[in-house]
Design a protein around this ligand. Structure first.
Ligand code: SAM
Length: 361
């Protein structure tokens, strides 16, 4: 596994662990930018920090005390605070700050709603992506997570930034071989349609490692607001790809029909079985007889660690879940697809993944 990929994975794992232990304190401080108010070198009085962030010293004292005990911050003298190597990671714009704010917004708020959600809907996983603890926490008890994000631009932007930071962990280099498609790339046929492609990192990775694929033959297909944002901010290697706004629950536009590959990387686990079936049927309807459909996700497996297991519960908050290849395969069969192979990337201790390749029946 590439060194950079491993480094990001380790940082993400550590940030998630911190989130579990004292995440609310780090999360609150990251959100109100307390870590930015402390100088990188030397120390500062807590009263000065309070002035900078616009709050009372008394409340900061309480959080600082906890984070000092947790050795996230340090207090060189009474009433003073300084960074440690841990807290420096939570200054704005770092992967860790984004991740902890993400955990704070996306997980803690809906987790707090669980008792009342279960009381209302019964002790069961959400059956409908529109009726979830997440929706209840954000006062939209009948909207799915992506509609809610669409209505909250700041939250959505933060969510997409985090995804961008995590995206490098899922390179297909050495995991899945696209060379089979080279002779099939005839005429105007699309090579790769990345459904839920977000900031285009998966396409970028595929283009970088498969020089026979022309950028204009790749399409990033995601919700309109996401596509618009990626189009305006992506790097030069993606300038020539197609940016197509739409939903996996609507028919795929005609010019993207019959593509060599339809890819769904880390999108299906956000949805209920019923919605995954709908999505797979949409892709099946667009596919040519020789198209291949790639589902890229971390697989549910009995020998995973506690962090991976926790992710399954977190996905439940938005109506999703982790699945193994048999669970995906069952749904795919109902959509007219067949599992053709599983390509595993298992060298990582955290958040490894498989590429499930499906073909049309
Ligand atoms: C967890 S992110 C994964 C992003 C990217 N594939 C990756 O691996 O980094 C899920 C993506 O699915 C997109 N998405 C959500 N609902 C969608 C829908 N109905 N149709 C198409 N894309 C959707 C989101 O906007 C988001 O970009």
């Amino acid at each position: 596994m590439a060194e950079q990929e491993q480094e990001v994975r380790t940082r993400v794992r550590e940030a998630y662990m911190h989130a579990g232990l004292y995440g609310y304190a780090i999360g609150e401080f990251a959100l109100i930018k307390v870590f930015d108010a402390i100088p990188e070198k030397g120390d500062i009085t807590i009263s000065e920090v309070a002035l900078k962030v616009g709050g009372e010293q008394e409340i900061l004292d309480r959080f600082v005390f906890q984070l000092t005990m947790a050795e996230v911050l340090t207090s060189p003298a009474p009433g003073r605070v300084a960074h440690t190597h841990k807290s420096l990671k939570y200054k704005s714009d770092t992967l860790e700050a984004g991740l902890i704010c993400h955990v704070f917004n996306m997980l803690f708020r809906p987790l707090a709603e669980l008792p009342s959600f279960f009381k209302k809907h019964g002790l069961a996983s959400p059956k409908d992506s529109k009726i979830t603890p997440f929706g209840q926490a954000f006062n939209h008890p009948e909207w799915d997570v992506y509609r809610i994000l669409d209505s909250e631009p700041a939250l959505h932007n933060q969510f997409n930034q985090v995804l961008k930071g995590l995206g490098t962990m899922y390179s297909l280099k050495g995991v899945y071989d696209f060379s089979w498609m080279e002779p099939q790339l005839i005429g105007s046929r699309a090579a790769l349609v990345d459904i839920g492609g977000s900031s285009g990192l998966a396409i970028k990775d595929t283009l970088a490692n498969n020089s026979f694929i022309a950028p204009e033959k790749c399409a990033l297909y995601d919700l309109p607001m996401v596509v618009e944002s990626t189009k305006n901010t992506c790097d030069d290697s993606l300038k020539d790809i197609q940016f197509v706004g739409g939903s996996i629950f609507d028919p795929i536009p005609d010019h993207l029909k019959g593509a060599c590959v339809y890819q769904m990387r880390r999108i299906l686990n956000d949805f209920t079985d019923e919605d995954v079936l709908k999505a797979l049927k949409t892709v099946r309807a667009a596919a040519a007889p020789d198209s291949r459909i790639l589902v890229i996700e971390e697989m549910l497996s009995p020998d995973r660690n506690i962090l991976n297991a926790g992710m399954d519960v977190f996905l439940m908050l938005v109506g999703g879940k982790k699945r193994n290849s048999a669970m995906f395969s069952d749904l795919a069969v109902r959509a007219g697809l067949r599992l053709n192979g599983e390509y595993k990337q298992t060298s990582a201790e955290f958040d490894d993944f498989s590429v499930l390749e499906f073909v049309v029946v």
